[in-house]
Ligand binder design. Structure first.
Ligand code: ADE
Length: 243
């Protein structure tokens, strides 16, 4: 998968050199290219966040030129047109379902706005020319899109085949499979500071363990996120639709 990011703070994305995504990049599973929006500014102060004092191209032009440059590089061989994602608290909420959808895309372009956001005409221009999604990390306000894009790239990147060593570990997580929160996990030792691992987990009885985990998932979801429960128990109607 190819991922382009346009931002005025490229340093945020140094985190993508670490851990599983860093390894995935080294192994060629993920190609991340981060561009500084200020390189597309027209004035000597490299202004991109507002109308430059004394007039000038403002913030629309740098966005247009940065996006045009990325688009002009073309899609990875044989793949469909890229999807442009603009993080914004005014967008559709990012979910595990959306992460799965976006993990199927061969080329994602993220445009990180700051402060007052991005001029509406930028969204309109690229929606007319291709595919655009405006996506929120959640119902709160960040200073800009960078942290949201980092979270999205991590959630999407780990779903690319080969990025996470054991694909089975992806299936039993919160929001996967049944759309419920994951059951509590325990490791070794069996007793720590007087707290025991639940005895069923040490029983070797796989059916009993599966039943216990299911019950724990349901109990946890009922208590913390009842909106995720299917049918009568939650508001969602279909757990998948909100997972
Ligand atoms: N930019 C500012 N707040 C944001 C949010 N909640 N999600 C995505 N981008 C943002």
């Amino acid at each position: 998968m190819k991922i382009d990011v346009i931002t005025i703070f490229p340093a945020y994305f140094e985190a993508l050199e670490l851990s599983l995504l860093g390894k995935a990049r080294d192994r060629g599973l993920l190609d991340v290219c981060v561009r500084d929006l200020r390189d597309f500014a027209h004035d000597r102060h490299r202004t991109v966040d507002d109308t430059p004092a004394g007039g000038g191209a403002g913030m629309v032009e740098p966005w247009g030129e940065a996006l045009d440059e990325v688009l002009a590089e073309g899609a990875p061989e044989g793949s469909r047109a890229p999807l442009i994602v603009f993080p914004s608290p005014a967008g559709e909420v990012f979910t595990q379902r959306m992460a799965r959808e976006l993990a199927e895309e061969p080329h994602l372009i993220f445009g990180c706005g700051r402060y007052e956001g991005i001029d509406q005409r930028v969204f309109d221009e690229y929606a007319d020319r291709g595919r655009v999604r405006i996506v929120s990390l959640g119902d709160y306000v960040l200073n800009g899109g960078e942290v949201a894009v980092l979270a999205m790239v991590e959630a999407i990147g780990r779903l690319i085949p080969g990025v996470v060593g054991n694909p089975e570990s992806l299936v039993e997580e919160s929001h996967e499979e049944d759309g419920l929160l994951e059951y509590p996990s325990y490791t070794k030792p069996a007793t720590w500071r007087g707290r025991d691992v639940p005895s069923v987990l040490l029983s070797g009885n796989h059916a009993a363990i599966a039943a216990w985990r299911r019950e724990q998932s349901l109990e946890r979801t009922r208590r913390i996120r009842p909106d995720l429960l299917p049918g009568d128990e939650g508001d969602a109607g279909d757990a998948e639709s909100v997972a």
